[in-house]
Design a binder for this molecule. Structure first.
Ligand code: NAP
Length: 260
C-alpha cells in the first residue's frame, strides 16, 4: 500500500475477532497503524498482541467498550483524532422473526447497527476531507441485497447505513475520500460457528452435517475465510482503490443469485 504519510492510521470498530480483526490484520500487514475496539477487554488485549506479533513495529491501540454507548465512540475519537481509514464493523443481531419484534427491538437494532457507524462517520469524515485523503469501508451483510429469514433487523438497520454512505459519496469524492461497503455472505468466524451450532441443534443433526448443508448452498462449495474479507478491505483502503467509491461489494462465493 503506497502512502503519503507514514504510517497511516485506521480505526476498526468491533474488531477483537472475526471479520473486524481480519480487516485490522490485513491493514496492519500493509503497514497501517490500527486502533481496535470490542467489549471484552481480555479478547481485545489478545487481539492487539496478535496484531503486534503479525506486524512488528506497526503501532496498535485499542479502546474497550460497547460501540452502542456514546462514551465508547468519544474514547475512539480521543484515541485516534485524525484517522486516514475508518472500517465500520458492528456486532450482528440475534435472528428473530418479524412477528416477535417489538418497538424496543427495532430501536435497539437501529442503535446497534446504524447509529454507531453513522456518528463515527460524521465525526471523522470532515477531517479526512480537509486532509484530502480518506477511506471508509462499512462491513455489513449480503442480507442488505438479499434479505434472509429471521434477519429483518439486520437488513433494515444496515440499509440505513447503505443510504448514508451513498448520500455522502459524491461530496467526499471531490476531496479524495472514498466510501464503500463490503457485503459478506457466510464467512467462517466465531459468530458463524455459533450459527452452525444453533442450526444443527434446531435440525437435530451434527455440526459437520450442518456445515455441509451450508456449503452445498454456496456455488464455491465452501464458506469464506475471514482473511479473504480482510484482503478485500485492505484493497478498498489502499491508494490503488481511489477510483472505487459508493459501491457495495458482495463477497459470498457466488451465493447471491442477483445480477448486481
Ligand atoms: N461471519 C459471517 O458469515 C457474516 C456474514 C454477514 C454479515 N456478518 C456481519 O459482520 C459483522 C461481524 O461478524 P463476525 O462474524 O466477525 O462476528 P463475531 O465473530 O461475533 O465478531 C464480532 C466482533 O465484534 C465485537 N462486538 C460485538 N458487539 C460489539 C459492540 N456492541 N461493541 C463493540 N464491539 C462489539 C466482538 O467483540 P466483543 O463481543 O468482545 O464486543 C467481536 O470482536 C456482524 O455484524 C455480522 O452480522 C457476518
Amino acid at each position: 500500500m503506497s502512502s503519503a504519510q507514514d504510517p497511516r492510521w485506521a480505526v476498526v470498530t468491533a474488531s477483537s475477532q472475526g471479520l473486524g480483526l481480519a480487516c485490522a490484520e490485513a491493514l496492519a500487514l500493509a503497514g497501517v497503524a490500527v486502533c481496535l475496539n470490542g467489549r471484552d477487554r481480555g479478547r481485545l488485549k489478545a487481539a492487539a498482541e496478535r496484531l503486534a506479533a503479525l506486524a512488528p513495529g506497526v503501532p496498535v491501540e485499542w479502546v474497550a467498550g460497547d460501540l452502542a454507548a456514546p462514551a465508547t465512540r468519544e474514547q475512539l475519537c480521543e484515541a485516534v483524532p485524525a484517522p486516514d481509514i475508518l472500517v465500520l464493523n458492528v456486532g450482528g443481531p440475534a435472528p428473530r422473526p418479524v412477528a416477535e419484534m417489538t418497538a424496543k427491538d427495532w430501536h435497539e437494532a437501529f442503535d446497534a447497527l446504524y447509529v454507531p457507524p453513522a456518528e463515527l462517520l460524521q465525526r471523522y469524515l470532515p477531517g479526512m476531507r480537509r486532509r484530502g485523503w480518506g477511506r471508509v469501508v462499512a462491513i455489513t451483510s449480503s442480507a442488505v441485497r438479499a434479505p434472509l429469514p429471521g434477519l429483518a433487523a439486520s437488513t433494515v438497520g444496515r440499509l440505513g447505513l447503505s443510504g448514508l454512505l451513498r448520500c455522502l459519496t459524491a461530496e467526499a469524492a471531490v476531496d479524495g475520500v472514498t466510501l464503500n461497503a463490503i457485503l459478506p455472505g457466510r464467512i467462517m468466524t466465531p459468530r458463524q460457528e455459533a450459527a452452525i451450532a444453533r442450526e444443527a441443534a434446531r435440525a437435530g443433526i451434527s455440526e459437520a452435517e450442518q456445515l455441509a448443508r451450508f456449503e452445498a448452498a454456496i456455488p464455491a462449495g465452501r464458506l469464506g475465510r475471514a482473511g479473504e474479507v480482510g484482503a478485500l478491505c485492505a484493497f478498498l483502503c489502499s491508494a490503488e482503490a481511489g477510483y472505487i467509491t459508493g459501491q457495495h461489494v458482495v463477497i459470498d462465493g457466488g451465493a447471491l443469485p442477483t445480477l448486481f
